[in-house]
Design a protein around this ligand. Structure first.
Ligand code: ASP
Ligand code: MG
Length: 408
């Protein structure tokens, strides 16, 4: 017997038929004697539809009213799920975020949870009821409805699991777990049994969009065991948890993440004097352009080349800005390239293994892939390569680091 929080995303509750399937799963856990709290998203497409209506009503929908509107999506699914469970003879009760009293700050559209009142939930659980909570929403101290940002139901689930000290937080989605890399690129990609919070954050920030990043941060902070599973198939999914004592079997690399959304900018011939980096990156930051990798190298003539990456959407804006900046700092020229891709190998096993970087570079060299930029952290090595080599590089690395599934 355990206390389990289950979260079902939009596709899992996309129709009443699918809500009935969700109910069946919840019922199985109840039959086993587990206490279950269910968090649901809006039916797939519903949140976007509501945002569309808002923009028809007002070009610039007021944030407070937008939150009032979009939270109705989840209010529909909690009620329907509760009705289905009750039709099946299971006691259940649905709650909006405000009814639970999921207290947040007042930042509409990106509110942060401050406190959860567990009183109603505990009372219902003690009466043998399934508790169903609307994801993605809360209320501020003045009872204004707030939302937690797109994909925020994951965070609701994790926060509830943390507040109620649940044994596990299960996120049901349309994939059956977290994979060593994107199976659409490498058909030998394998589902991971386990991954650490840290690794998951690296994988997620690079586009493995299985979970909202904030929910993983939250789970790591409160040490909530998080499991990603499919709501359409049976299976253990992937458990996201804390790093354990290193074992012999610990793979060096857990996964390979990649990202095609970046572009590279280089300012050449920057005078090598204090303040140059600040003069270049200051205005970029002031323009709210997020910078990812940064490389600076001193050349022979006492000037430096300064290269960094930005999101591809901001490439043009950054390039324009840099032309002005380059003139001011006396740099020679600005060049750019928006057909790059970033590939990262991720693994806590790197901490205890030497030579991981050289193995990565050798693998790419064997495929004659040129590395344009490199950056490293304790559990990640990233390289930038020409975009056309992305798939080849990911496949080669997947094989080189023994991630290929031999059964495929
Ligand atoms: N319905 C919200 C969204 O589409 C929240 C969620 O699905 O987690 O972003
Ligand atoms: Mg979602």
């Amino acid at each position: 017997m355990a206390l389990i929080v289950q979260k079902y995303g939009g596709t899992s509750v996309g129709t009443v038929e699918r809500i009935k399937n969700v109910a069946k799963r919840v019922e199985r856990f109840r039959d086993q004697g587990d206490d279950v709290i269910v968090v649901v998203s809006a039916m797939s497409g519903e949140t976007n539809r509501l945002i569309g209506l808002a923009h028809e009503a007002n070009e610039n929908p007021p944030a407070r009213e937008l939150d009032v509107l979009v939270t109705t999506g989840e209010q529909v699914t909690i009620a329907l799920l509760s009705m289905v469970l009750q039709a099946d003879g299971y006691d259940a009760r649905s709650y909006t975020g405000g009814q639970v009293k999921i207290l947040t700050d007042s930042a509409h559209g990106k509110a942060r949870i401050q406190d959860i009142d567990d009183h109603n939930i505990r009372h219902d659980l003690s009466k043998g009821r399934v508790v169903i909570v609307a994801g993605f929403q809360g209320v501020d101290e003045n009872n204004n409805i707030t939302t937690l940002g797109r994909g925020g139901s994951d965070t609701t689930a994790v926060a509830l699991a943390a507040a109620l000290k649940a044994d596990e937080c299960q996120i049901y989605t349309d994939v059956d777990g977290v994979y060593t890399t994107d199976p659409r690129v490498v058909d030998k990609a394998t589902r991971l049994e386990k991954i650490t919070f840290e690794e998951m954050l690296e994988m997620a920030s690079l586009g493995s969009k299985v979970l909202q990043i904030r929910s993983v941060e939250f789970a790591g902070k409160y040490n909530v065991p998080l499991r990603v599973l499919s709501s359409f198939a049976e299976g253990p999914g992937t458990l996201i948890t804390v790093e354990e004592e290193a074992t012999m079997e610990q793979p060096v690399i857990s996964g390979i993440a990649f990202n095609r959304d970046e572009a590279k900018l280089t300012v050449r011939g920057v005078p090598d004097i204090p303040g140059a980096a600040y003069k270049i990156l200051g205005p970029v930051g002031d323009a709210n352009i997020e910078v990812d990798m940064i490389v600076q190298n001193v050349g022979e003539d006492n000037s430096t080349d300064f290269t960094f990456t930005v999101h591809r959407n901001e490439f043009n804006k950054a390039q324009e800005l840099l032309s002005e900046v380059a003139e001011k700092v006396g740099a020679k020229e600005v060049t750019g390239d928006d057909s790059i891709a970033k590939i990262s190998i991720v693994g806590v096993g790197m901490r205890s293994h030497a030579g991981v970087a050289s193995q990565m570079f050798r693998t790419l060299a064997d495929e004659s892939i040129n590395i344009q930029m490199i950056s490293t952290s304790e559990i990640k090595i990233s390289v930038v390569v020409e975009e056309k080599y992305l798939e080849l590089a990911v496949r080669a690395l997947h094989k080189a680091f023994d991630l290929d599934n031999s059964e495929n």
